[in-house]
Design a protein around this ligand. Structure first.
Ligand code: NDP
Length: 447
C-alpha cells in the first residue's frame, strides 16, 4: 500500500478497527484513500467536515435470516444482506449477489465502490449493495423461486423506488429479479416498477440493460485504445468469466472487429483461436447453465482446467469474473505477452500488486468503478423509463449508454490531468467520483 497523507492514515486505521476481518472492504477503501492524497491539501473543507471518514461508514447495514424449504422438504437457512452505504446523490442503488462466498466484507466492498461508480455516471443515484450466501448453482427452479420469495419477504421493508433500488450481480439475473419483483408486488400490492432494475422487457425492463455492463466496458476500452491512436480492429482479446458481463463484453468486442480468443468460468478456461462462438456460449451459459468445459468438447478447442487465463497472449484483457482474479503473476504474464489495455469489467478483479505491476509497465489500466459503470447507468435509464411510463428502442438506449461511457472516460481522463497524473484512470475515477459525492455531503450538512 502507498503511504497515506497524515490526515488519511487515522481514517484508514479506524476502518480497520471498526470492520475487523473484512479484507475486501479494507482493500477497496485503501485504493480510494491512496488516490485522495492530493485532494486533502487542495480541498481542506473535506477533512474539516470529516467527509472522508463519513463516506467510509455505511449509513445503514441490514443483516437478516432467510429460511426456505428445499425440494426434499428440509428447511435451509441462509443469510441476507443489504448495505445502504451513501444516499447523498439519490436513492441507494446497487446489485444483489447470490454466491456462497458472500459475507458482510464483500457486500461492503461492493457497496463502497458503488458510491463512486454511481457518482461517475452523473445520474442521481446513491450507493448500496446486497446479497446472500445462497448458491443458485445446482438448485431447482422451484428452490430458486422459494429462496427469492423468502429473501424479499424481509428485504421489501427496506427498499422502494425513492429509497433503495437493487439490481442483479453474480448469481442474480433476469430469472431471480423476476421472482424478487413478483414477491415485492404481492406483499406491497403495488406495481412499483422502479423498485428493482434488470427486469424483463415485457414487465418494465429496459432495452440494453442485459448487455449494458459488457457493452459499456468495451465502449470505455475503445476510448482507451483511441487515446493510443488505435482501435479493436484485429486485436486479440481475452475476457475472463462467462457470465452476464463477460458474454456481452465479448459480443461488443466482436462487433468492433476484435477477436475474443479465451473465456473462463470458475472451473477453467477455453482457448478458441478463431474467436469464441457467442451463440454457442449463450446457449450454454444462459439457457443450459452448463460448464465452460462443455464448450470445448462441442467445438473441439482447448480447455485448461484450473489454469490462469492471463497466460493466453492478448493485446486487450478484460477481467469480467470476480474480485482478485488477476494477481501480480497474471499481470506479469500479460505484460510479457505485450498487453496494451486492461479494463476491469468485474468489481476489483485486479489485486493491488497486480494493478501496481500493470501501471508501472505503462499498460493503460481502467478500474471497474469507471469501466463497468454502464450497467448501473442503464439501470438508472430503466428507472427513468419506469417513472415516465415510457420504453425506448434498443438503438436509443445503446446510444445513451455510449454517450454516458464516453462522458465517464472524459471525466476520468480530465480529472487525472487536472491533478497532474495524465493517463492515470485509477486516480481520475477515484477523485472525480469522490469529489462529486463529497460536495453533495457538504451541502446536506452533518447527517
Ligand atoms: P455472473 O454470475 O453472470 O457471472 C460470473 C462469472 O464469473 C461466471 O462465469 C462465474 O463462473 C465466474 N466466477 C464467479 N465467481 C468466481 C470465482 N470465485 N472464481 C472464478 N470465477 C468466478 O455475474 P456477472 O457477470 O453479473 O458479474 C461479474 C462481475 O461483474 C462481478 O464482479 C460483478 O460484481 C461485476 N459487475 C456486474 C454488473 C452487472 O450488471 N451484472 C455491473 C457491474 C459490475 P461460475 O459460473 O463457474 O461461477
Amino acid at each position: 500500500m502507498e503511504q497515506l497523507h497524515p490526515a488519511l492514515q487515522p481514517v484508514y486505521d479506524t476502518v480497520l478497527h471498526r470492520n475487523p476481518g473484512e479484507r475486501e472492504f479494507h482493500q477497496a477503501v485503501a485504493e480510494v484513500l491512496e488516490s485522495l492524497n492530493p485532494v486533502v491539501d487542495k480541498r481542506p473543507e473535506y477533512a474539516q467536515a470529516s467527509i472522508i471518514e463519513r463516506v467510509c461508514e455505511p449509513e445503514r447495514q441490514i443483516i437478516f435470516r432467510v429460511p426456505w424449504q428445499d425440494d426434499s422438504g428440509r428447511v435451509q437457512i441462509n443469510r441476507g444482506f443489504r448495505v445502504e452505504f451513501n444516499s447523498a446523490l439519490g436513492p441507494y442503488k446497487g446489485g444483489l449477489r447470490f454466491h456462497p462466498s458472500v459475507y458482510l466484507g464483500i457486500v461492503k466492498f461492493l457497496g463502497f465502490e458503488q458510491i463512486f461508480k454511481n457518482a461517475l455516471t452523473g445520474m442521481p443515484i446513491g450507493g448500496g449493495k446486497g446479497g446472500s450466501d445462497f448458491d443458485p448453482k445446482g438448485k431447482s427452479e422451484a428452490e430458486v423461486m422459494r429462496f427469492c420469495q423468502s429473501f424479499m419477504t424481509e428485504l421489501y421493508r427496506h427498499i422502494g423506488e425513492y429509497t433503495d433500488v437493487p439490481a442483479g450481480d453474480i448469481g442474480v439475473s433476469g430469472r431471480e429479479i423476476g421472482y424478487l419483483f413478483g414477491q415485492y408486488k404481492r406483499i406491497t400490492n403495488r406495481y412499483e416498477a422502479g423498485v428493482l432494475t434488470g427486469k424483463g422487457l415485457s414487465w418494465g425492463g429496459s432495452q440494453v440493460r442485459t448487455e449494458a455492463t459488457g457493452y459499456g466496458l468495451v465502449f470505455f476500452a475503445a476510448e482507451m485504445l483511441a487515446a493510443k491512436h488505435t482501435n479493436f480492429e484485429g486485436k486479440q482479446v481475452v475476457v475472463s468469466g462467462s457470465g452476464n458481463v463477460a458474454i456481452y463484453a465479448a459480443e461488443k468486442v466482436a462487433q468492433l472487429g476484435g477477436t475474443v480468443v479465451a473465456m473462463s468460468d470458475s472451473g477453467g478456461y477455453i482457448v478458441d483461436e478463431s474467436g469464441i462462438d457467442l451463440d454457442e456460449m449463450k446457449q450454454l451459459k444462459e439457457v443450459r447453465r452448463g460448464r465452460i468445459s462443455e464448450y470445448a468438447e462441442a467445438r473441439g478447442c482447448t480447455y485448461v482446467e484450473a489454469g490462469s487465463i492471463w497466460d493466453v497472449p492478448c493485446e486487450v484483457a478484460l477481467p469480467c469474473a470476480t474480485q482478485n482474479e488477476l494477481d501480480e503473476k497474471g499481470a506479469a504474464a500479460l505484460i510479457k505477452n505485450g498487453v496494451q489495455v486492461v479494463a476491469e469489467g468485474a468489481n476489483m478483479p485486479t489485486t493491488p500488486k497486480g494493478t501496481a505491476a500493470l501501471r508501472q509497465a505503462g499498460v493503460a489500466f481502467a478500474p471497474g468503478k469507471a469501466a463497468n459503470a454502464g450497467g448501473v447507468a442503464t439501470s438508472a435509464l430503466e428507472m427513468q423509463q419506469n417513472a415516465s411510463r415510457d420504453s425506448w428502442t434498443f438503438e436509443h438506449a445503446e446510444e445513451r449508454l455510449h454517450d454516458i461511457m464516453q462522458g465517464i472516460y472524459g471525466t476520468c481522463a480530465m480529472t487525472a490531468e487536472e491533478y497532474g497524473m495524465p493517463g492515470d484512470y485509477v486516480a481520475g475515477a477515484n477523485i472525480a467520483g469522490f469529489t462529486q459525492v463529497a460536495d453533495a455531503m457538504l451541502a446536506l450538512g452533518v447527517i
